[in-house]
Write a protein that binds this ligand. Structure first.
Ligand SMILES: Nc1ncnc2c1ncn2[C@@H]1O[C@H](COP(=O)(O)OP(=O)(O)OP(=O)(O)O)[C@@H](O)[C@H]1O
Ligand SMILES: [Mg+2]
Length: 283
């Protein structure tokens, strides 16, 4: 049985177990004093356009897609806030990546964020960390503004300078910002480490989702993978070669929690549409 098959099989067991557990963990708050800084700008998401492109919308509570994302987010939330979180560093930070381009990372990151934000008691921060090819803001119909790169480059910028509130009360976004020749170095910097530490400590009650570049096409993804507690590896079903996926998985060997998610399968939006799994940790 391949690593991926094992991952998928294990995920089914985890999903079953997780339905019974939902212990919310309180962490000691630090860094920014436990307060969530306010944002300076509120943007409206273009729901109509997203819905045309097949994305999850706020009203789709009972759709097949909404149900799929319910299943996908369950192990992630359990790992973030449940008992498993105790063994995972920065467990509330989730990176959405893939082996190669266009497997559906941004699609997954947005839908996952929407699905979690739909749970009224959960806050989500969606960050475009695909600094090489940022698309998140555009996909959401939001005008680009200073983002992660500017924050990393300029010590005088605060969280509130780059984060955007949205028309969904519990969803905030951070755009990627401008292109930068040394973006990999900026993502590896102490300021970035401090930033993710603050997100995991001051924002321990919220989920932070990073949309990432592909692992085999850009160096930034591997750097980002080392900064988060959980990784969703999006795999374009029936198009990405298994050897390519194995190569990507190799780059994630050191990481605690990796969930494989099969996207774009041809059977439509049914429960078989996505698979997801966890390997590398006995959480
Ligand atoms: N499950 C899906 N159903 C319908 N459309 C999808 C699905 N997954 C992805 N898409 C569409 O496929 C295209 C590529 O997806 P997306 O942009 O999310 O990929 P990506 O991995 O982020 O690409 P990149 O590597 O360029 O950042 C987009 O137009 C997206 O809307
Ligand atoms: Mg993308």
């Amino acid at each position: 049985m391949s690593t991926l098959e094992k991952a998928l099989e294990k995920s089914e067991q985890i999903a079953q177990t997780n339905t019974e557990k939902s212990v919310v963990k309180n962490r000691v708050k630090s860094g920014l004093g436990g307060t969530i800084p306010s944002t300076k700008r509120t943007v409206n998401i273009d729901w109509e356009e997203l819905s045309t492109q097949g994305y999850l919308s706020l009203e789709q509570g009972n759709s097949g897609l909404a149900e799929e994302y319910r299943m996908i987010k369950r192990p992630l939330l359990y790992n973030a806030f449940g008992k498993a979180a105790e063994g995972i560093e920065r467990s509330n930070l989730i990176l959405v990546t893939s082996s190669v381009p266009e497997e559906g990372k941004t699609f997954t990151a947005i839908n996952l964020a929407m699905s979690i934000a739909n749970e009224r008691d959960k806050n989500v921060l969606l960050i475009d960390a695909d600094v090489a090819k940022p698309t998140l803001a555009k996909r959401l119909g939001v005008t680009a503004s200073p983002g992660l790169i500017e924050y990393l480059e300029d010590d005088s910028l605060n969280f509130s300078d780059i984060s955007l509130a949205t028309d969904v009360a519990n969803l905030q976004i951070i755009p990627a910002g401008k292109r930068h020749t040394f973006s990999t170095e900026l993502l590896s910097s102490n300021r970035m480490v401090q930033f993710v530490d603050e997100l995991s400590q001051c924002y321990s009650d919220r989920i932070v989702i990073f949309d990432s570049p592909p692992l085999l096409a850009a160096t930034q993804a591997e750097v980002l993978a080392g900064l988060v507690g959980q990784i969703v590896l999006v795999i374009a079903a029936e198009t990405t070669m298994q050897s390519t996926v194995q190569e990507a998985i190799k780059r994630l060997e050191e990481r605690d929690v990796v969930l494989a998610l099969l996207n774009k399968a041809k059977y439509g939006l049914t429960m078989d549409y996505y698979g997801y799994g966890q390997y590398g940790a006995e959480h």
